[in-house]
Design a protein around this ligand. Structure first.
Ligand code: CAA
Length: 264
C-alpha cells in the first residue's frame, strides 16, 4: 500500500515481525493533518490485521521532528461548529489506540509538540533520541490539548509538571522526560531507529498471545481500580496457561533451549 503522507514497511529493514510507520511531511515538521490521520488509521489497521507482524514503530521523517502538532494551518480554517460536529480528534483514540491490540512504540526523533506529544503518548511506550523535545504549547494558540495531553501527560508525569507544561507551553528535553517517566529510554540521536528496531524485534520474537495479553494487562491499570485490575490480570494469566505456547515456553526453559512459538 502506498501513501501520500506516511510510509509503512513490514519486516522493517529485515526485522521479522516489525512494522515501521513513518510520518513523512518533514517540510511541515510532520504536522498531523487529516490526510496523516486517515493514512495512519489505515496503516495501523493493516498492521493489526497482518498475523506476521507483532510490534510496530511510529517515527517522524527528517532530523528535526516526530510531529510538531496538529496542523495549525488546517485548523485555522475551521469553525468551532466543525470541530464539534466532526468530534475532531476523536478518531486518534477510537480508531488507532482502541483498535490496535498489538504493541507499538513511538521513536521520538525531535519535536513532539501538541498533538505530536499526544500521539507519542498513545504508543505503548516511548523511546526518545537525546534531541527529543516534548511539549503541550496549545495555550499559546489560544486553545488547549485536544488529543489527550491533559489526561495522558498528567498520568505519565504527575499533576505539577503536567500543569506547568500545559500552562506555560514550555518544552521538556529528553533527559527530563526520562527522569519524569514520560519515556522508557533515551538513546543517542543517530542510534534511535536501530535501538528501537532492536527493542521491537525482541517483542516480535515473543509468544504472540502473551504479547497481546501483557499489553492488555498493563493498560487495564489505567482504566480500573486495583481490585478490578488484579482480577483481570489473574484471569488473563489463567487463560494463557491453556495455550500451546505456555506448554512450549515452560518445556523450552526446562530443556534449556529457545521456545518455538505457535501463536496459540
Ligand atoms: N502545523 C502546521 N505547520 C507547522 C506546524 C504545525 N503544528 N509546526 C511547524 N509547521 C511548519 C511551519 O509553519 C513551517 O512551515 P513554512 O516553512 O511553510 O513556514 C515549517 O513547519 C517549519 O517550521 P518553523 O519554521 O516554525 O521551524 P522552527 O525550527 O523555527 O520552529 C517549532 C520549530 C518550535 C516546532 C515551531 O515550528 C512551532 O512552534 N510549531 C508549532 C508547535 C505547536 O504549537 N504545536 C501545537 C499545535 S496545536 C495541537 O497540536 C492541538 C492538539 O492538541 C492536538
Amino acid at each position: 500500500m502506498s501513501y501520500e503522507t506516511i510510509t509503512a514497511e513490514a519486516n522493517a529493514q529485515g526485522h521479522k515481525g516489525v512494522t515501521l510507520l513513518t510520518i513523512n511531511r518533514p517540510q511541515a515538521l510532520n504536522a498531523l493533518n487529516s490526510k496523516v490521520l486517515e493514512e495512519l488509521i489505515d496503516a495501523f489497521a493493516a498492521y493489526q490485521a497482518d498475523g506476521s507482524q507483532l510490534c510496530a514503530i511510529l517515527t517522524g521523517s527528517g532530523d528535526k521532528a516526530f510531529a510538531a502538532g496538529a496542523d495549525i494551518k488546517e485548523m485555522s480554517e475551521k469553525a468551532a461548529a466543525d470541530f464539534f460536529l466532526d468530534d475532531f480528534f476523536s478518531p486518534w483514540t477510537a480508531e488507532i489506540v482502541k483498535k490496535t491490540r498489538k504493541p507499538w512504540i513511538a521513536a521520538v526523533n525531535g519535536f513532539a509538540l501538541g498533538g505530536g506529544c499526544e500521539l507519542a503518548m498513545m504508543a505503548d511506550f516511548i523511546i526518545a533520541s537525546e534531541k527529543a523535545k516534548f511539549g503541550q504549547p496549545e495555550i499559546k494558540l489560544g486553545v488547549a490539548p485536544g488529543m489527550g495531553g491533559s489526561q495522558r501527560l498528567t498520568r505519565a508525569i504527575g499533576k505539577s509538571k503536567s500543569m506547568e507544561m500545559c500552562l506555560t507551553g514550555r518544552m521538556m528535553a529528553a533527559e527530563e522526560a526520562e527522569r519524569s517517566n514520560l519515556v522508557a529510554r533515551v538513546v543517542p540521536h543517530e542510534e534511535l531507529l536501530a535501538e528501537t528496531l532492536k527493542t521491537a524485534a525482541t517483542i516480535a520474537a515473543m509468544p504472540p498471545m502473551a504479547v497481546i495479553a501483557n499489553k492488555e494487562m498493563v493498560n487495564s491499570a489505567f482504566e480500573m481500580t486495583l481490585d478490578q485490575g488484579l482480577i483481570v490480570e489473574r484471569r488473563i494469566f489463567q487463560i494463557l496457561t491453556a495455550s500451546e505456547d505456555k506448554a512450549e515456553g515452560m518445556a523450552a526453559f526446562i530443556e534449556k533451549r529457545e521456545g518455538q512459538w505457535k501463536g496459540r
